[in-house]
Design a protein around this ligand. Structure first.
Ligand SMILES: Nc1ncnc2c1ncn2[C@@H]1O[C@H](COP(=O)(O)OP(=O)(O)OP(=O)(O)O)[C@@H](O)[C@H]1O
Ligand SMILES: O=c1[nH]c(=O)c2[nH+]cn([C@@H]3O[C@H](COP(=O)(O)O)[C@@H](O)[C@H]3O)c2[nH]1
Ligand SMILES: NC(=O)CC[C@H](N)C(=O)O
Ligand SMILES: [Mg+2]
Length: 502
């Protein structure tokens, strides 16, 4: 199958490029610059990256790339690298462009069916200042910076990021590259992915046995159904109650599981061991690593050496933020199931959804016939309330947070707002402030309410929930939950914040 190969120079958006291409129906794969070239290349994309092409340790353009004579599209760092390699010059210019930038384009097949002026999303400090021979500028920004360069009939570069949703006509530009420049044909769909994955898992696990870490969340529910189709009764589902779950979570998960498939669910009560290990721990990265390790130890105890494989519902945002996507990507936080895993694990780990984003996982779930009420639950992080209690975790704080969170979610549901937001929750801060209740002084915790809209979880904006609903939640929480004296609403987007607070 002809594929588009993406060379990863460390951009946070590399997998988004892969994903956009898959959405357009062409198979695509990400590799590192020093990996061997795969076969059946139909086109090559060079991603963005944090380095400057002029750095002494700049990541180079592998020799084989220009030798293949295949169509190439360089994005940001990729464009700068092509410019330099082909004889042009890149410099740190006085003007940097970050975020929203308008560009004016020329007539060219890569810009077919796109208006003359479009908004793009930029993120660069370096710019091309001198073109390689035989190249032409096909788009410029208001600052006169080269926004797109045609190096030859099938080698192009873009200074902006066509892969992010904020770039207007970004999808169209990628589509033009795939079908007008690289002349590829559609060969990929999620249906195809499902068939391939089932086959692959069946071949790998064969007649051995596997445990699936099932949280009742979207990702592991989809993974469970997928792997069950591959290996049937050799799959055992294990749900860990680590004491950091939402109110009534255990009961809900059992219900979800009954709706899912008819295999046994093993529920492990591990409250004490998790809470003991987390005593006095304040650093969020430490919390994540302790939780990541403890999960594995629980699964090992359940296995008693009878299971060779552990299946996890890891998805791509978990991987990229843990800096496990490529050696040139920056670490944001250690997701418990990736960066938080211990080194010695007795299982072989299989993560069938590792390269997909949340909304792709939901679509796969729909194809597999999983009920909507499971697929459209808000995500809930594996470390649970541990990373929503800022600072030290205590039983008292857990009880406060569980009640507050439950009321907030109930209020959203009652007002038909639960399905309008991507993820909503509350965070218990370690700050206490002064209040007045029944004419008496009060000194209690500040609770933060967070609700975000997102598509992939990689970027997010805070939800514009009507004030009346926030008011209803605030009144109920302060009246019904002892320990909370003040409530604030988090109005930060991602970036610069992340969705969770720790
Ligand atoms: N309480 C738990 N018991 C067993 N496995 C868990 C638990 N929490 C998380 N996991 C494992 O860790 C993985 C990552 O957790 P994550 O929260 O990202 O995914 P999810 O819970 O499946 O979906 P969602 O993002 O919708 O919450 C899960 O897919 C699952 O394999
Ligand atoms: O399984 C998980 N293990 C983790 O360690 C973890 N950390 C964050 N999240 C979830 O990932 C999405 C992005 O969150 P952040 O913007 O906070 O990184 C959001 O949906 C978060 O809830 C996690 N999920
Ligand atoms: N996003 C990028 O690829 C940035 C490339 C390079 N680091 C610059 O600042 O110009
Ligand atoms: Mg979860």
């Amino acid at each position: 199958m002809k594929k588009v190969v993406i060379i990863d120079y460390g951009s946070q958006y590399t997998q988004l490029l892969a994903r956009r291409i898959r959405e357009l129906g062409v198979y695509s794969e990400v590799i590192q610059y020093d990996d061997n070239p795969p076969d059946e290349i139909g086109g090559i994309i060079l991603s963005g990256g944090p380095k400057s092409v002029n750095d002494v340790d700049a990541l180079p353009l592998p020799k084989w790339i220009l030798n293949t004579k295949k169509p190439i599209l360089g994005v940001c760092y990729g464009l700068q690298l092509l410019s330099k390699e082909l004889g042009g010059k890149v410099e740190k210019t006085e003007i940097s462009e970050y975020g929203k930038t308008e560009i004016e384009i020329s007539n060219d097949p890569i810009f077919d069916n796109i208006p003359k002026n479009i908004i793009t999303w930029m993120s660069h400090g370096d710019s091309v200042v001198f073109l390689p021979k035989n190249s032409s500028v096909i788009a410029k920004t208001k600052n006169n910076i080269y926004a797109a360069i045609k190096f030859s009939n099938n080698i192009y570069g873009l200074q902006f990021h066509p892969e992010v949703k904020h770039t207007e006509f970004g999808d169209k530009i990628i589509e033009n590259f795939l079908f007008k420049i690289a002349k590829l044909e559609k060969n990929w769909s999620l249906n195809y992915f499902i068939e391939e994955k089932i086959e692959e898992i069946r071949n790998e696990i064969n007649d051995k046995k596997a445990i699936i870490a099932l949280s009742g969340g979207v990702d592991s529910s989809v993974a469970t159904v997928l792997v069950h189709k591959a290996i049937g009764k050799n799959l055992k589902a294990v749900f860990v109650n680590h004491g950091l779950l939402r109110l009534n979570e255990e009961i809900e998960v059992k219900k979800i599981f009954n709706d899912l498939i008819g295999i046994n669910l093993t529920v492990i009560d591990a409250k004490k061991r998790f809470l003991d290990k987390l005593k006095n721990i304040i650093d969020p990265e430490k919390k994540r690593k302790i939780i990541g390790e403890e999960f594995i130890r629980v699964f090992e105890e359940v296995s008693k050496n009878n299971y060779d494989y552990l299946i996890q519902g890891t998805i791509y945002s978990d991987v990229i933020e843990s800096a496990a996507s490529g050696k040139n990507t920056a670490k944001i936080k250690s997701h418990h199931n990736v960066g938080g895993l211990p080194e010695d694990i007795e299982f072989k780990i299989i993560e069938p959804l590792k390269y997909l984003f949340k909304d792709e996982v939901r679509k796969i779930g729909e194809i597999l016939g999983i009920p909507k009420h499971i697929l459209y639950r808000h995500p809930f992080p594996g470390p649970g309330l541990a990373i929503r209690i800022i600072g030290e975790i205590t039983e008292e704080k857990l009880n406060i947070l569980k009640k507050a969170d439950h009321i907030f979610i109930e209020t959203l549901k009652k007002n038909n707002w639960y399905d309008k937001v991507w993820q909503a929750f509350t965070v218990l801060t370690p700050i206490k402030t002064v209040g007045v209740v029944g004419d008496e002084r009060n000194y209690d915790y500040v609770l933060a309410i967070r609700s975000v809209n997102s598509v992939e979880g990689m970027t997010a904006n805070w939800s514009k929930i009507p004030f009346e609903i926030l008011e209803e939640a605030s009144t109920r929480i302060t009246n019904e939950v002892k320990g909370i004296g003040r409530i604030v609403y988090d109005i930060t987007s991602k970036p610069p914040a992340t969705i969770e607070w720790e």
